[in-house]
Design a protein around this ligand. Structure first.
Ligand SMILES: [Zn+2]
Ligand SMILES: [Zn+2]
Length: 150
C-alpha cells in the first residue's frame, strides 16, 4: 500500500520534471529563433546613400538624430542623401529589363524639396521616383538567371 503511493508520487515528480525540461527547451528555441529573426530586420534598416558632390554611394544604417544631408564618408562634405534604387537596365534590343544589382540614384526632389523636376537613372535613363517600384518578381528571376546568379 505505502510503496504504491510512493511510486505514484515519484511518477508525478518525473512528469513535472519532464514538463519543466520541455518548457526550458521550447523557451530556448523561441529565444534563438527571435535572435535569428532580428538580423534580417536590421538589414532592412540598411539604406543606400549617395553623395551629391562626389557621387560616392554606400550602405548606411540610419541612427536616431541623423538628418540629411549626411557627411559623405569619402569626401567628408555634408552632401549625402538617401538614394532610390533603379533595378532597370537596357537589354540588347533597347528594351528595359531588370537587373539584380541596383544603380543608386539621387532624386532631384530629395536634394531640393521644392524641385518637381523628374529624375532619370544615369545608367539606363528610366525615370526614378520616390520608393522607386521594382521590376516584378518574374522579371527579377529572369534577371538573376541571365546574370548567372541562380
Ligand atoms: Zn562625397
Ligand atoms: Zn537605371
Amino acid at each position: 500500500m505505502m510503496s504504491q503511493q510512493n511510486d505514484g508520487r515519484d511518477r508525478i515528480h518525473k512528469i513535472k520534471l519532464g514538463v519543466a525540461v520541455v518548457l526550458f527547451i521550447v523557451a530556448g528555441a523561441l529565444a534563438a529563433r527571435s535572435l535569428l529573426q532580428d538580423s534580417p530586420a536590421d538589414y532592412a534598416n540598411d539604406r543606400g546613400f549617395k553623395c551629391s558632390e562626389c557621387g560616392h554611394d554606400y550602405a548606411y544604417v540610419i541612427r536616431s538624430g541623423d538628418f540629411e544631408p549626411l557627411e559623405c564618408p569619402k569626401c567628408h562634405q555634408r552632401s549625402a542623401y538617401q538614394a532610390e534604387m533603379c533595378f532597370w537596365t537596357k537589354g540588347p534590343d533597347g528594351q528595359y529589363v531588370a537587373k539584380t544589382e541596383p544603380t543608386l540614384v539621387l532624386l532631384k526632389s530629395r536634394i531640393d524639396p521644392t524641385s518637381d523636376e523628374p529624375t532619370y537613372c544615369p545608367d539606363c535613363g528610366h525615370e526614378v521616383v520616390g520608393h522607386n517600384p521594382r521590376p516584378s518578381e518574374a522579371l527579377m528571376l529572369e534577371a538573376s538567371g541571365r546574370e548567372g546568379r541562380d
